[in-house]
Design a protein around this ligand. Structure first.
Ligand code: CMP
Length: 140
């Protein structure tokens, strides 16, 4: 399996509870390397663009409000099969369904405040990384 990159966000519920180090420890223990990382305040426009695919969903307004409610940490993760590996490490979107040992099982509070985002495909990873990082910001 080839080395690939995925995009990750530590969401406002993680920064608010001072969990960024604890979440990063799970990521690194899972064999994923954090090759890019920045703490930012997402603008409304950035959040709306990022989640455009969900804009017809009933939770879209709530999702944008939450993602702009406090700082987030945007990351580029690298490793073998990184997209699928990170989805495994995050656990199910709804923490009530997340497996033991996953980030969402350990830390997430609800389906909305679910601590982390990870890309769902290599193609979306490239698009999402490009929204928040320039090549010079990533050192693999
Ligand atoms: P994420 O992987 O960031 O991508 C879309 C997000 O929408 C998802 O994580 C959830 O946090 C959020 N989401 C999904 N379903 C709901 C819901 N029913 N209510 C609020 N947020 C949701």
């Amino acid at each position: 399996m080839a080395t690939e990159r995925t995009f990750s966000i530590l969401k406002p519920d993680a920064t608010k509870r001072n969990l960024t180090g604890a979440v990063n420890a799970v990521i690194e223990e899972a064999g994923l390397r954090i090759v890019g990382q920045r703490r930012i305040q997402m603008s409304r426009a950035q959040a709306e663009t990022f989640y455009e695919v969900h804009k017809e969903r009933p939770f879209f307004g709530e999702l944008v409000a939450f993602m702009t409610s406090g700082p987030v940490v945007v990351q580029v993760l690298e490793g073998e099969n990184a997209v699928a590996r990170y989805r495994e490490v995050m656990g199910a979107t709804n923490p009530a369904q997340a497996a033991e040992g996953t980030i969402r099982k350990k830390f997430a509070q609800s389906v909305g405040e679910n601590t982390v985002h990870g890309s769902d495909s290599a193609e979306n990873a490239r698009i999402e990384i490009a929204q928040f990082f320039q090549d010079g910001d990533i050192a693999g």
